[in-house]
Write a protein that binds this ligand. Sequence first.
Ligand code: SF4
Length: 381
Amino acid sequence: MIYSNSIQRKKQIKIKTSYKIALQNAIFLTQACLRKPLFAARLASEFTRVRVLRHKRLRFIDIAIGYACNMRCVHCSSSNFIRNDEPQLSIDEYRRIALMLCREGCLVFHFTGGEPLIREDLEEIISVFYPERSAISIQSNGLASTRERLLSLRKSGVDIFNVSIDSGIPEEHNSFRKTEDAFSKALQALDDAISLGYSVSVSTCICHSNLYSKGLYEIIRLTAERRIWCSFNLAVPTGNWRGNDKDILTPEDQVFWRQLLEEYPHCRIDMNNNWSRIGCGAVKEKIYLTAYGDIMPCPFIHVSLGNLRKESVSLIRERGLKIPEFSDYWPKCLAAEENTFMKKIFCCNRESEISPIHYTQVEWMRNHITDNDKNDIEGNT
Ligand code: SF4
């Protein structure tokens, strides 16, 4: 069924969109501040550095702690990242990386995978990321979640629990995830996390074929009812969706999802989270760390700007910021909506079975970076 007509939509979903929910969104991190005074102090200090002193500080990092998973999702990109010739980052390496990231300004550590909950040492990994002075967030499919594990993670300093749901219709979600009880387990994980005091959100991938569907509106409804966030991820032609152009959002779709954000204040997208401006925060404010130490601009741009086993995070960000798309706040999602950028990136990625490819393999990126290096050298002589 198509739910594109606004009046019909409002009849179908009696969502209580109120200022209460909008306010709840705005104070999402306040819960972490109240629990962690040292985090509140860092937040205030970073805010001043960015907004008053105009420093380009890192705010957020996705940390993929491995690519093993207990589901087989249709749109997954994890398998491309698995390497048999290299060990994953160790606890000692994470300890060193965490210090670098904090010095770079990072306030939010978001653990993802694969499925992070199947790692028994997740609490140990979290412990080296300064949980008493950072906001810790987890992305999960909910299948391995139990109340006991959520309690243990809460005690280890986790503030935010995100569950991925692809459709609010149980059969659709289960079939997309190729897992029988995926939907009921996801809902149970959500409700457990809410009752344990986490800040909770549902992440959902929106694409051309689900944007006007009942499945999406059921997700909007179930998140509104629980007074939690609904975070949109836009469909990107990577991973198992490599070359899948039919699910990419059209210009009309791009207008439509923005209207949804207006209409339902509990719905959001990562472009709204920036320190400075609404837009793509890749490299300027957020980066993605693979399980092998590579830094990518974001989870959906599978290009390595450098590796933390060999280089510092500030050097890698400095390199990335030489690329115009990453030095400014692009108003559209580069990976999902910006056609010229997508063509330039995905035509290189299409030839490679392994993610990420190194930036030197992407000619236009390499040229930007080396041209800027030359200018820096000439400027200094
Ligand atoms: S490319 Fe898209 S998903 Fe990635 S950081 Fe930018 S807006 Fe977010």
